[in-house]
Design a protein. Sequence first.
Length: 401
Amino acid sequence: MTSLPMSDYYFRQFEHDGADAPAGRKGRIFSAICQGDAPTRKKLATDMALRPATVSDLVMELIHDGLITESRPAQSLQKGRPEILLTPAPGRLCAVIFHFVSHTMHCAVVDLAGTILFETTEQVQADKIDKQGFIDVLSSLAGKCTAHIPGSAKQCGYALSLPGIVDEPGKRWVYSAYWPKLSDFDLSEVSETLGHDVIVRKNLNCELRARTSRRKSLGTGKTLLIHWGIGIGAAFISNDRELVLTEGFGEIGHCVLDPLSTVSCKCGMIGCMEAEAGLWALATMSQDQSIPINEQKFEDYLQDCTDKSFLKRPLLLMAHTLRNLTLTLMPDEIVLTGPFVQCPETFQRLTERFELIFPEGALVRKGRKPKIVSGRRSKSDELVGAAFDLFRTEIGALCRI
């Protein structure tokens, strides 16, 4: 059975009119097929209390749309003609996702199951590339990817998964430490260049969106994702009913914890935490010229480093950030990613400092103790999360009857 990541979120749009309403019925049948164990028409009619003829008609529409396929079971113990099994066809829909790793621009074709059908990359000088050069590279990568989209698949659009400060509704890339010449970049014109709809998303929002969807029970829990690397950013999800991504949230690297700090940040402000605890700042200010401004290389450097005293203040700042966010958002879980927390010693020092400044006996704590875990950035989650809105819109258009 093919698993469709984020299927719960895709199909919530068909529940608003009620389980018995004609509106959204086709979508609810598609949902049952995607989330069931290869059901049959008969089982769908029984489980959903629908007339067999109604189910049969809508199933035929889904087959015609290419969203599902039918097959006979490999082996049947029942007498007579075996019933036809219905399964989703994730390759029918695909999306082209641009994402970024260090100085490399990536472009991937993914299907509804999150499978990467094709991927291409281009190395660029992130600190020198301008806006027109960036669009030219996007266009080149898009051309390579679209040439590899299967003829039976429908392209739902493009998504840009971006680091740094991102205005998602305004389709504007506000700032990224790695890409200084692309600040305040209006990306709406990219749609015209590529000739297709383009959505703009913050990479941490994409990753957390997909990570949260794997929970066994939706409807409870708050998760805070913090990436501590070149820069410092966050994403937050509260699973009340709908997927909630707080627009504009997450620029924790540009909060001030020390009002007396005079350190200048690349964003143009003074005293930002990122300007003291971000990897770019540490590498710039350190007397140790061997500190690499590359997250993977820095992770290796930190594992081998015997003198980590230069992390004393960054760890203090990060611990206070965790305390402030815990009191503000009350998360059940805090997931930390990035090269700093991949070092067991550094992660332990951070959690110990957090417990010290947010003690169990504090009245404001009131039993709050978020689970703090170290995780790795997930390329798969980022791609699935970036494609979410494109797939949800297309499924809605095909199934809203």
